[in-house]
Design a protein around this ligand. Structure first.
Ligand SMILES: [Zn+2]
Length: 230
């Protein structure tokens, strides 16, 4: 499908074939997937979707009237890649580029995508998987067969960060196993998939900020002669 400010799609909110109208002011390319992310609104139920478009070679800022800046290229040469409902969106606080472990970054991004697509159990499972990836680097090979709890405990990270990761592990267990339960302080069972998924992402975000962002900040700071000689 070529770009147009009004398009017909199967609406993921009201489950019928509907007319959608572009709801974005201008179209800016996402640097992560190199696609244009554009909001549309369903004329039937007013539900919003995010659509992703291939730019077919055009780069830069694209105006919603279909032109790239003053250059006058028509953007109707953009083709639709996919679209999904915009239910809630989690935006990571950390700059994803500082996560130098590519596998961990991939899992974290997938966890966020799951959350943004209303797939909360999947989000918790992917967040747990991100920790598993991280532990493969953190621990020595000999400990690889340990369960995730022991792997986390055997790392050199601070006690608080360990607790943070153990929580994400628990949420992952909750997402993966129907018989795994979580409780409040009064031992009442709590079931709130969305909240648990959001906490998984927030805790991971905090961990990445401490582990990766701090290192990136330190590495980029000017060095003393003593530090240079190390
Ligand atoms: Zn609709």
């Amino acid at each position: 499908m070529n770009y147009s400010s009004t398009i017909s799609l199967n609406c993921p909110h009201c489950q019928s074939m509907c007319q959608f109208t572009c709801a974005s002011q201008n179209h800016i390319k996402c640097k992560n997937d190199n696609l244009y992310h554009i909001f549309y609104q369903c004329s039937n139920c007013a539900g919003k979707i995010i659509s992703r478009w291939h730019g077919n070679g055009y780069t830069g800022r694209m105006e919603s009237n279909g032109y790239i800046g003053s250059m006058g290229f028509k953007s109707n040469t953009m083709t639709l890649s996919n679209y999904y409902p915009n239910i809630d969106s989690y935006k990571p606080k950390i700059d994803l580029d500082v996560i130098t472990n590519i596998e961990v970054k991939k899992d974290f991004i997938e966890a966020i995508s799951c959350y943004n697509n209303d797939l909360y159990n999947s989000c918790m499972i992917m967040a747990r998987r991100a920790i598993q990836q991280e532990m493969l680097i953190e621990i020595e090979k000999s400990k690889e067969k340990d369960n995730l709890y022991k792997q986390i405990e055997s790392t050199g990270i601070s006690a608080n960060l360990k607790k943070l990761l153990q929580k994400v592990k628990n949420f992952g267990n909750y997402g993966a196993h129907p018989d795994f339960c979580l409780f409040d302080d009064e031992e009442n069972k709590i079931e709130d998939d969305k909240k648990f998924a959001e906490l998984s992402l927030r805790f991971l975000d905090k961990y990445f900020a401490d582990q990766y962002e701090t290192s990136a900040l330190i590495d980029s700071a000017p060095k003393s002669k003593h530090e240079l000689s190390k």
